[in-house]
Design a protein around this ligand. Structure first.
Ligand code: ZN
Length: 256
């Protein structure tokens, strides 16, 4: 069988969410060297600032030096745009998610938040290649702004997209909806099936959220899945390493 890889991706990294992940990351480290892709939110919900938290910054510095990838994941993460005006808008912003920061803003605001995030990464000396929108949602204006900024890629649940071309590359995600009991039960089933269905894909992404860590069922499923994948011969990678090794994005970064 062709080589298969997986990327372990931790969503919503900020001082407020790190305690959810800390023990889990320690357990992952015990499985061997598994590089992690960290989705960093600069100022989570306007109240938890990653770039003002010396401890978290030092941790991310260390992880980066070990080969982990740091990715910009929105700026505030929450949707604080004006109230939804259309039924579709209401569905996307209140029912599907309340975290679609880059779905609720247009081109200019997206551009300014991206530039701000890039500057924070650059000040810290962190290479930057990827941008992932909160809840994977981009408005048309935000998407246009993103394409002009110099990022190598973005993603949604099914694909990575090289930028600025916006060329999709299949890379399915396993992801849980862990916020209620019935959603966790359904997620277990959906993800077990998805893992089998996607067994021929060269890259499988594991998209973890802080809430997954707070429930035994989801947390245990993620650890067991990591073990299964390693046993089945999957190699762990970061998203940017995988893209660069395949030669689909350049081997430089936008802060260099
Ligand atoms: Zn997120």
């Amino acid at each position: 069988m062709a080589e298969r890889e997986f990327a372990l991706v931790l969503h919503d990294i900020a001082p407020e969410t790190w305690p959810d992940y800390a023990d889990f990351v320690a357990e992952v480290d015990r499985l061997g060297r598994i590089p992690i892709s960290w989705l960093v939110v600069p100022d989570f919900h306007h109240r938890s600032n990653t770039f003002e938290d010396a401890e978290l910054l030092a941790l991310l510095d260390r992880r980066r030096e070990q080969g982990d990838e740091l990715i910009l994941h929105g700026f505030y993460h929450c949707d604080d745009g004006a109230a939804p005006r259309t039924p579709r808008d209401w569905f996307m912003r209140r029912f599907y998610t309340v975290e679609g920061e880059f779905y609720a803003i247009g081109h200019d605001e997206a551009q300014s938040r991206l530039a701000h995030g890039e500057a924070l990464f650059a000040e810290r000396g962190w290479p930057l290649h990827g941008f992932v929108a909160p809840a994977w949602l981009l408005s048309a204006g935000a998407r246009a702004a993103l394409k002009r900024r110099g990022f190598a890629y973005t993603s949604d649940p099914g694909h990575l997209y090289t930028l600025p071309e916006d060329r999709p590359i299949a890379a399915p995600s396993l992801v849980w909806s862990a916020r209620s009991g019935w959603r966790r039960g359904a997620s277990w089933l959906v993800n077990e099936r998805a893992r089998k269905r996607h067994r021929h894909q060269p890259l499988l992404r594991l998209g973890l959220h802080p809430v997954d860590m707070r429930h035994k069922m989801s947390r245990r499923w993620w650890l067991e899945t990591l073990r299964h994948l390693l046993d089945e011969g999957y190699r762990p990678t970061t998203k940017i390493d995988w893209l660069q090794r395949r030669g689909v994005v350049p081997n430089s970064d936008m802060t260099a």
